[in-house]
Design a binder for this molecule. Structure first.
Ligand SMILES: Cc1ncc(COP(=O)(O)O)c(C=O)c1O
Length: 405
């Protein structure tokens, strides 16, 4: 035995050089949380192979990678092997990395109006400073999308279900416009989830989620994810390594656990949203309800073709926007009169939430130019019993001055 092996190491060395952990057999059924932020290699050859040409991003945390792979398999159900995923610390980290990967100085993006306020602000306040130009158009009129396309257009950006008017994106037509333009079709599908719609199956190149909302689903973690063809995701991963925004393993664990109940939650929320929207639309204090499940909504027919259905009918998402008579004040009064429903600007989660769009400002509920009604109140439907939600909102509507109109 050589001298180095015989020598007894000091207590500090022994306390940080504890016996290595090996993978247990039988293997765990639940996802282990690998909290390690550093990875050791057998030697420089293995390290060089793992890192390739890029830096630290080359080593993926297995818990984080497991979450991204799970979303990729849900979004790419028709061809799981052709879909890869990359996880991020938030929805906006996912959105910004996609845009920074495929846009650059002198390029152009076409985006919808209304658009999630954070994405709108990113494009107009940040990317504009780096030479990216944009047009925001009403996607209900596809001619306007076509007209907005320029030779420099690299991305056509869409939201499967927009917020708060719940416009349904015509993903198949947008795909044709994007292909003809040589641009990528990027779809933020946060409000749909793969339980309602899988945009990759309709021609989208990349799908983005603010996992904070429905995928995690319990209001206790934050994250984002992008899925699409492995070649595109590999390019994104390189930029992600440069700009940061990595998801934490603890949040990855919660997000992946949320996926196990995603279909149960979302199916039930969509069914409740349908009943809720139909009941609220009949109230005399209500001027309008935006919910694509209602036959009068502009996205109703499109949704029937794009969205999944089950015994409960087509799933039209779980957000319902209610516009009471009486303008801004009526929206405020409606929210303040709710007793069961929580006042919160985020969507998803098990508890129903309401938010008055005009009070929360443009960030949560679309850009100011999109004509969001001053009275609009968005309900993100949760898992409570439909009758209790309807009773709460009916009582709140009854208290409005316009309730006996
Ligand atoms: C449609 C949409 N995209 C992106 C985001 C941004 O997600 P995050 O808040 O996790 O950054 C949100 C947040 O609610 C959203 O609703």
């Amino acid at each position: 035995m050589n001298r180095r092996a015989r020598r007894r190491q000091g207590e500090n060395t022994r306390s940080v050089r504890l016996p290595p952990v090996t993978a247990p057999r039988p293997g765990p059924l639940g996802l282990p949380v690998w909290r390690s932020s550093a990875w050791s290699f057998a030697g420089t050859a293995e390290q060089a192979e793992a890192f390739g040409e890029k830096g630290p991003g080359a080593v993926e945390n297995p818990t984080v990678a497991a979450f991204a792979a799970a979303v990729a398999s849900l979004e790419g159900a028709a061809a799981p092997e052709d879909v890869a995923g990359q996880a991020f610390a938030s929805g906006m980290a996912a959105v910004s990395t996609v845009l920074m990967t495929f846009l650059g100085a002198g390029t152009h993006v076409v985006a919808p109006a209304p658009l999630y306020g954070g994405t709108y602000s990113l494009i107009t306040n940040v990317l504009s400073r780096f030479g990216v130009s944009a047009d925001f158009v009403d996607y209900a009129d596809l001619h306007r999308v076509q007209e907005a396309v320029r030779p420099s257009t690299k991305i056509i950006y869409a939201e499967t279900l927009s917020n708060p008017t719940m416009v349904v994106a015509d993903i198949r037509s947008l795909y044709r416009i994007a292909r003809a333009a040589g641009a990528l079709l990027v779809v933020d599908s946060t409000f749909a989830t793969p339980v309602v719609c899988r945009p990759l199956e309709h021609g989208a190149d990349l799908v983005v989620h603010a996992a904070t909302t429905y995928l995690g689903g319990h209001d206790d973690c934050a994250g984002g994810v992008v899925v699409g063809r492995p070649g595109l995701v590999a390019r994104l991963r390189e930029v992600a390594a440069d700009v940061g925004g990595e998801l934490s393993p603890d949040d990855a664990f919660l997000l992946r656990r949320g996926l196990e109940t995603l279909p149960l939650r979302v199916r039930r929320m969509c069914a409740t949203a349908m009943v809720f929207a139909a009941a609220v639309a009949k109230h005399p204090a209500v001027r309008r309800v935006h919910y694509p499940g209602l036959p009068g909504h502009s996205g109703h027919e499109l949704g029937r073709h794009l969205f999944d259905s089950g015994p409960e009918g087509t799933r039209y998402g779980a957000c319902v926007t209610v516009i009471p008579h009486g303008g801004y004040d009526a929206g405020v009064r409606l929210v303040d009169a709710l007793r069961l429903v929580s006042v919160a600007a985020t969507a998803g989660g098990t508890r129903t939430k309401a938010t008055h769009a005009a009070s929360t400002g443009p960030r949560q509920l679309g850009d100011g130019s999109s004509g969001v009604d001053a009275a609009a109140v968005r309900f993100s439907i949760g898992l409570e019993d439909a009758e209790d939600l309807i009773a709460d909102v009916t009582a709140a509507l009854d208290s409005l001055p316009g309730s006996r109109v």
